[in-house]
Design a protein around this ligand. Structure first.
Ligand code: OGA
Ligand code: MN
Length: 291
């Protein structure tokens, strides 16, 4: 394998070529990919055709402990899955039969919350490291995904802000971002399936040794602070973190897999006509520790 790296943005993000992702990589090949991920944080890998679910899962498992299981039970939705692999999170706008969601499907409303800036699974104590999103069907006008580089953001924060957030923790709740994103009020059963978690606002990103800001639309408040003061600080930081100079917008091609590091980036989906066009995106997620 000869890995070629082409930067896609002046701060982060790169396209990797000369590699096809699968569970059959040698340790040396894997080390090259991990080094690229440590530096660029968002890496796109193209393929002639979409990766099989099996290759997608097998490669992801090489990067770390992989999320497994339907931990989210959306009330009223069936138990069948469109993709019969518990490691794959179906990020499409399709129901279990492959039809575009009905207007009143709670899953569609919850998924639209992906259009808020977030980092995956910050609402778990055991945080997500890499997410791997694989494009199987892309709508005509693209529906790009936007990313922001939270290491560059941290570096650019004014010194007094760095001092202010040092040691602070935020509480993160999945339901907070769902409701913010226009989703329905969760049921007690839904709430119980995903309790909140707490994380430091600034942390050291191990793969690169750089400091990064760790916040997202899942963050509700600062631990130990009055709610409104905490919310104001989080809003101020989010506004700073999503300034255009920190943002890379990725235009998808079918067959592409984008791997991002949730510990030093945030991302959001963008709008498209999800009542008319299918967008078939499938995600695996690695965690810091075994689930
Ligand atoms: C995700 C996500 C954005 C998109 O899969 O975690 O936020 O553009 N996706 O689909
Ligand atoms: Mn996401």
């Amino acid at each position: 394998m000869t890995l070629t790296i082409r930067p896609l943005h002046k701060l982060f993000a790169a396209e990797l070529s000369g590699v096809a992702l699968s569970g059959h990589m040698t340790p040396a090949e894997l080390a090259e990919i991990k080094a690229a991920l440590a530096q660029y944080a968002v890496c796109a890998v193209g393929h002639d055709r979409p990766l099989s679910n099996e290759d997608h899962i097998a490669f992801s498992a090489l990067l770390g402990p992989i999320e497994r299981g339907q931990i989210l039970k959306v009330s009223g939705s069936p138990d069948e899955m469109r993709i019969a692999h518990h490691e794959i999170i179906d990020q499409s706008n399709m129901d279990e039969t492959g039809e575009i969601y009905a207007d009143d499907d709670r899953r569609l409303a919850f998924k639209r919350a992906n259009r808020l800036w977030h980092t995956d699974m910050s609402f778990h104590q055991n945080r997500a490291t890499w997410s791997l999103l694989s494009a199987h069907m892309v709508p005509p006008d693209g529906a790009p995904t936007e990313f922001s580089d939270m290491r560059a953001v941290y570096d650019a924060l004014p010194d007094d802000m760095k001092t202010r957030i040092d040691g602070l923790e935020a509480e993160h709740s999945y339901w907070h971002s769902r409701v913010l994103g226009g989703g329905p009020e969760p049921t007690d059963e839904e709430r119980a399936s995903r309790p909140p978690a707490r994380h430091k606002l600034a942390h050291t990103h191990e793969p690169s040794g750089r400091k990064a800001l760790y916040i997202a639309s899942h963050a509700t408040h600062i631990v130990g602070w009055p709610e409104d003061e905490g919310r104001d600080l989080l809003l101020e930081l989010m506004e700073f973190a999503t300034r255009p100079e920190f943002v890379y917008s990725h235009d998808w091609r079918v067959g592409e897999v984008v791997i991002w590091d949730n510990l030093c980036t945030i991302h959001r989906a963008t709008e498209f006509d999800d009542r008319q066009y299918r967008r078939d995106m499938r995600r695996t997620t690695c965690r810091e520790h075994a689930v």
